[in-house]
Structures are given as structure tokens and as C-alpha cells.
Design a protein around this ligand. Structure first.
Ligand code: PLP
Length: 375
């Protein structure tokens, strides 16, 4: 196969990134401080709402780590985590010595199931444990059922960390994803809807929280002329060069979202008359996905694997739905609340090429490959 490989979600530069980078070089701001970091944060605030505070960091994982720490998560605490996610959602729970308790997915959005969540809360309370946080994910850009989840958060007084790493530009009931939780997280890794080559952001709701996050992200240096420390810090700030890429990327974010939505429509039409294929799509107008990845469910594991290998023959990348955390060997001793829907999604779900830079030729190749599989 000598045709170029079609990837799941490659980086897509807009064109002005290098202008910002050149500026950074010219002014010698080649450091984890600099004007482009502030500007990048301000532009994100413009996008997410005036009253928000954004801290640019060097990964989404770092943002989750700091968010959990600011929620007071400590060694021995329980964090209630959506099981169907990427490992980066949960690794920071382990960094803090806390214990993840996993929650299954509901069938409409594939995200955190409110019924299973309440079951888990009640079970932990019965055992004398007050869970420290709820970690909800908008997987593949699809907003979770935030109304129900926020109601439980209030009822049982458990704060929310909202992992919107895949959901920049998604919204629920007209409000941007990432702004619902006590803290929100975005990622700008190379495969996300916009990239800084590697980076993330923590969304806070007060200036005090932002100050604390910046403090912890820059080695927790106390106010003194010498280096003075009273607590553990991290080296988590975004670099000014990465922020330069981010500024260029923000200029094309809405275009990227448009492209991803068009991809979704393309697949929707392609699978329209195939009863064995179920598309992951918004359950109602309250949910607006950025369609970071378009994902389908096939009739069985065998059919999913056959399609994946078939696409591979056409040099087209696809990938099974993320393996739920409660099925990971790393978490074999952790509790799980929920039914087997997440397991089924892992068995028969497939993520399809969803880049914002798919060409007409790419679409034709994908169409041909998929059609030839189903005839
Ligand atoms: C990408 C991702 C992260 C982590 O982001 P990094 O920037 O790669 O550290 C966290 N959660 C989810 C759901 C992700 O997809």
C-alpha cells in the first residue's frame, strides 16, 4: 500500500503559528513564562466566559493533577471516576495516593451514568467514606449529563473535576464544556482538536484558585529573594513557545470544529442504511459535541475487529473505543459500579478517522473501504 496513511486525528496547523513563534524568538521569550502564555490564557477566557480563570500548563494530565490537589484530594481519599476514559484522567488520582472508584456509562452519551454514580456514593457512605471528588469526562467531545451529575454533587456535597480534554468547543444546554465543574481541564496534545504540541489548561472559577494553581505549577516558590519552600511544587507551566502555537491554533478552532462536524455527517450518511452500525451521536439539542472523534458501535467484537483490519489494508487508521479503567490490570482491585455497557462499547466500538484536515481524496478512500466491507 503506497497511499499515504489516513490517521485518526493528526495535528492541523492553521498557518499563523509560526508568526507567533517567530515573535517569541525575536523577543527571546523561550521560557515557561512570557507574554504569549498570558495572551493564550486570555483568549481561552474570551472563549469560555468572562468570569473564568485559565491557567496554561504543559499537559492536560498536569491540569487534572493540580485540579484534584486544589480540591483537597489526599492520600487514602476516594475519587469517583468515569471508567470509560483515557488513562490520563485517572493517573493523577494515583499520583496523590488516592483511590479511584469506577463508574459505568449510560447509553445516551456513553459518559458517567448518574444512577451508577449515586449507587457508588451511597455504597461508600455506608462504609463511612465521604468521596472527595467526582471525575466526569466528555468522551470524544460528547457532553456528559451534567444536570444530573451536578444535582448529585450538590446533594452529597462532593465537588466535580470536569475532564474536558477532548471537548473544547462542546457545550451542554448552551454552556461550554469545561465550565461546569469546580475545576475544568483541557488538553492541547498533538491529537486533540487544537494542539500546542503538548499542553493543557486548568479552568478555575476564582482568582485565588488561579494563583494557587500557578504557584504549584511553578515549583511552589514562596515570596522571598532566595528560594524558599513550604510545600511540594511541580514544574507544570506551559512554555511561551507552546503558547505561541496555541495562539495560532485558537484562530482556527471554530474551523476545526466545523470540519469535525462535517466528518460526523459524512459518516452518518455512510452508515444511514446499515442497521448493524450505531453512531455515537447527541441525544438531544441540549448536547452539542465538537465531534472530536466520530465513533461507531458494530454488531459484535468480531465485526469490529474485521472492520479495523479491513481499514488497515487500505492504510486507514482506526482504533477500538478506549478500554474502560475497571478492565485494566492496573485497577484489578478497584471497585466498579455500573452495568456492562462500557464493556460492550470496548468490545464493539470503533473510532474512525476524524482529523480536521481530511481531504476529498481521503473521504473517497474511506468511503470505498467501508462500502467494500459491508457489501
Ligand atoms: C488527552 C486526554 C487527557 C490528558 O491530556 P494530556 O495533555 O495528553 O496530558 C486527559 N483526559 C482525556 C480524556 C484525554 O483524552
Amino acid at each position: 500500500m503506497n497511499s499515504k496513511r489516513i490517521l485518526l486525528s493528526p495535528p492541523h496547523m492553521g498557518g499563523t503559528e509560526q508568526t507567533y513563534i517567530a515573535q517569541a524568538f525575536q523577543d527571546n521569550w523561550i521560557a515557561p513564562v512570557g507574554p504569549h502564555i498570558d495572551l493564550f490564557e486570555n483568549r481561552l477566557v474570551d472563549l469560555l466566559g468572562e468570569k473564568r480563570q485559565v491557567v496554561a500548563l504543559n499537559s492536560g494530565t498536569a491540569a487534572i493533577h493540580l485540579g484534584l490537589q486544589l480540591l483537597g484530594v489526599q492520600k487514602g481519599d476516594v475519587v469517583l471516576c468515569q471508567s470509560l476514559t483515557f488513562i490520563a484522567s485517572v493517573n493523577p488520582v494515583l499520583y496523590l495516593g488516592a483511590t479511584p472508584v469506577f463508574i459505568g456509562s449510560e447509553k445516551e452519551t456513553w459518559n458517567l451514568c448518574p444512577i451508577a454514580l449515586e449507587e457508588a456514593i451511597l455504597n461508600r457512605l455506608e462504609n463511612g467514606i465521604q468521596p472527595k471528588a467526582i471525575l466526569v469526562v466528555h468522551l470524544y467531545g460528547m457532553p456528559a449529563k451534567m444536570n444530573e451529575i451536578i444535582a448529585l454533587s450538590k446533594k452529597y456535597n462532593i465537588p466535580i473535576l470536569e475532564d474536558a480534554a477532548e471537548a473544547l468547543g462542546s457545550s451542554y444546554q448552551g454552556k461550554p464544556c469545561g465550565t461546569f465543574g469546580d475545576f475544568g481541564v483541557f488538553s492541547f496534545n498533538g491529537n486533540k482538536i487544537i494542539t500546542t504540541s503538548g499542553g493543557g489548561a486548568l479552568l478555575c472559577h476564582s482568582e485565588i484558585d488561579k494563583k494557587k494553581a500557578v504557584f504549584l505549577a511553578s515549583q511552589a516558590k514562596e515570596d522571598a529573594v532566595h528560594y524558599e519552600h513550604t510545600q511540594i511544587g511541580y514544574n507544570y507551566r506551559m512554555s511561551n513557545v507552546s503558547a505561541s502555537i496555541g495562539l495560532g491554533q485558537l484562530e482556527v478552532l471554530s474551523e476545526h470544529i466545523q470540519h469535525r462536524k462535517q466528518n460526523h455527517l459524512f459518516y452518518k450518511q455512510l452508515f444511514e442504511n446499515l442497521s448493524e452500525v450505531t453512531l455515537h451521536q447527541e441525544p438531544s439539542e441540549n448536547f452539542i459535541s465538537n465531534h472530536w472523534l466520530t465513533v461507531i458501535q458494530l454488531a459484535s467484537f468480531e465485526q469490529r475487529e474485521a472492520l479495523r483490519l479491513h481499514l488497515e489494508k487500505y492504510n486507514i487508521e482506526s482504533r477500538p473505543v478506549w478500554k474502560p479503567m475497571h478492565l485494566q490490570p492496573l485497577f484489578q482491585d478497584n471497585l466498579y459500579f455500573g452495568d456492562d455497557f462500557a464493556n460492550i462499547l470496548f468490545d464493539n466500538g470503533l473510532c474512525l478517522p476524524s482529523g480536521s484536515n481530511l481531504s476529498e481524496e481521503d473521504f473517497n478512500r474511506i468511503k470505498e473501504a467501508i462500502r467494500s466491507f459491508f457489501i
